[in-house]
Write a protein that binds this ligand. Structure first.
Ligand SMILES: [Zn+2]
Length: 280
């Protein structure tokens, strides 16, 4: 009965000879830890097929989810940040921008474009958290402002997808000015009665929440997204009280009247389409 006894000690196969599934074939959900096919996960709009956890995704994935056949024209794809304050923290801001561009393949924390969504013309701006925490500097503000101009000129609905830590400290006051600029542009859009839908994803905080993200004709969010202005620690220390359970979750914010509805990412495209058709 030697066939089930391991005669050799140790594992003999050298690492390079081991058969492994190619990288990126499987996706493990960080919430329920279950494993699924990357393709299945993608077809499910990057949500977990077991527990519906919404994976944090960037503009690439949102554009693929929303634009028909992932076909769109990008606006201002090459706009890059300057360094108006010659800012330096642990490293120079210009170096930080350079390395982040190389690392992410993105030029800044928002991408904007227009195309068709279920045959409906739409302009979409989508933030990328991977670029310095999705922080809002001059480029983010300017690109959003220009996307709103495009939407206004062609009278097509504007969708803003926010995911941001707030204003970009390396541009200080210049970042804060973007709040006023984007808000003013949105006021023009409202005057022209062009619909604006703001989708808040996990997390949407700081100056982004305090400006364009909360100015939609419809403010909607993904399930369980963290939505707030200041972080919970700062608030707790300021008011000197414990915070209620679920504070700053999309569900809590909805219950308190700041959101119109929460949308599952798998239903996002169709729900947006019917919403915009009602407004036409
Ligand atoms: Zn899961």
């Amino acid at each position: 009965m030697s066939w089930f006894i391991r005669k050799d000690k140790g594992i003999q196969t050298p690492t390079e000879m081991k058969r492994e599934a190619p990288d990126g074939l499987w996706y493990q959900c960080p919430n329920c830890k279950k494993v699924m096919h990357t393709r299945e996960h993608k077809l499910n709009a990057y949500t977990c097929v077991h527990c519906n956890y919404h994976e944090k995704i960037g503009s690439d994935a949102y554009f693929a989810v929303l634009f028909d056949n992932n076909t769109f024209t990008e606006l201002d794809p090459d706009m890059i940040s300057g360094d108006p304050l010659t800012f330096r923290d642990t490293k120079a801001y210009t170096d930080r921008i350079k390395t982040t561009i190389a690392k992410t393949g993105l030029k800044d924390a928002v991408r904007t474009g227009y195309g068709k969504m279920n045959d409906l013309d739409i302009t979409i701006a989508c933030m990328d958290f991977g670029f310095i925490g999705g922080s809002m500097g001059s480029v983010v503000g300017e690109k959003i402002a220009r996307a709103i101009d495009h939407s206004l000129k062609h009278k097509q609905p504007f969708l803003m997808i926010s995911r941001s830590g707030g204003a970009r400290m390396m541009e200080a006051g210049f970042s804060l000015m973007q709040m006023a600029k984007t808000s003013a542009k949105l006021a023009l859009l409202a005057q022209a009665k062009v619909p604006y839908v703001s989708l808040l994803t996990d997390p949407t905080t700081g100056g982004v929440t305090a400006s364009f993200a909360m100015l939609g004709d419809f403010n909607i969010a993904e399930p369980e997204a963290l939505i707030g202005f200041a972080g919970p620690r700062v608030i707790r220390e300021t008011i000197g009280k414990d915070l209620p359970k679920g504070f700053q979750s999309a569900e809590f914010v909805l219950d308190h009247g700041f959101l119109d509805f929460i949308v599952d990412r798998k239903d996002l495209k169709d729900k947006l389409t019917s919403l915009l058709k009602m407004l036409q």
